[in-house]
Design a protein around this ligand. Sequence first.
Ligand code: GCO
Ligand code: MN
Ligand code: MN
Length: 392
Amino acid sequence: MDAFDPRPEDKFSFGLWTVGNPGRDPFGGPVRPTQDACEIVRGLARCGAWGVNLHDEDLVPFGSSAAERDRIVGRFQRTLAETGLIVPMATTNLFSPPIFKDGAFTANDPRVRAFALRKTMDAIDLGVELGARIYVFWGGREGTEADACRDPQEALKRFREALDFLCAYVLDQGYDLRFALEAKPNEPRCDMYLPTTGHMLHFIETLEHSTMVGVNPEVAHETMAGLSFTHGVAQAMEAGKLFHIDLNGQRIGRYDQDLRFGSEDLKQAFLLVRLLEGTAGTEAYGGPRHFDAHAYRSEDVEGVWDFARGCMRTYNILRARARCFDADPEVVELRAGRSEPEIDALLGGGYGAEKAAALRELECDVDAIAARGLRYERLDQVMMEHLMGVRA
Ligand code: GCO
Ligand code: MN
Ligand code: MN
């Protein structure tokens, strides 16, 4: 045990499908045995995790009878009570069953869309029964290869209709549940609808019950698109829409790698943890820190727990490094803004004719301002030295 080992107050969670991933890929079958869901919960508790998330089918196999479902759920609930783990988030598998090969909520066949709604209502009931307060929607197969198969505007309308329906279902049942939409640019489809967190943030504003819907951004997904994950997350936080987050590791330009958190993109991971923890003085994120990642295919079950501990330790180490960085007097000085209250007053609080006139009168030595060095090289190097552990 050391200061970086996870504790329940760190709010770390894993999906059953993450540590339960048997190492299957498009080129080869499983390399690890399928672990029983209750065993996974016990393993997570031993590692210091706080929560476990699931798709309906991770726990209750597709096509189970009602009696079978209740038996499985009862056993799972007993294991949760025994270990103290909670289920903060649940979601629906709308991508594995072959019926969803053309998408679920956006599929052209209305019977597929109806089945998707029905499956999601059942999965919401299951999630709520297990205590989930957040419900994730990842548009697994909502996309195309043959793009002429449907008008992409129609796809958005269908997606909206489905979410409006499901929000109303949740309200009708009196459930205390919020939705979090997860974007991904491609994979498994050639192009997915609503490919980035930015697309999602706008789409949410078009929903009937938009206040109960936020985002679940994933490191890998935004990085696949070559975007700054930290900036996307910051936009979601600023809008009060960061309801959940999927942490993992990813290199730009690759398939969805879902690697151990921080293993490939340490600088971005540092900036992300700094943002989430608010070490620079901004408001911290209070929700679950969920790892949507899996162990290398080289690993046996013991290696899976090395992977899980690694995700959580890296997060805690980065949090400690970010605190040191933001408390460093040199950093405080390098980041100090130039405050000129009179100009700030002109810039803030909206337009006014007098302000416009005052702005026109303001003295601005453009050459002197342009000639001033900003010392961002030094700032970034100091950050790197904190990150590399040579500055305390
Ligand atoms: C992926 C996604 C999924 C979702 C999960 C929960 O690329 O496979 O990240 O893992 O996060 O289905 O919605
Ligand atoms: Mn993913
Ligand atoms: Mn994900």
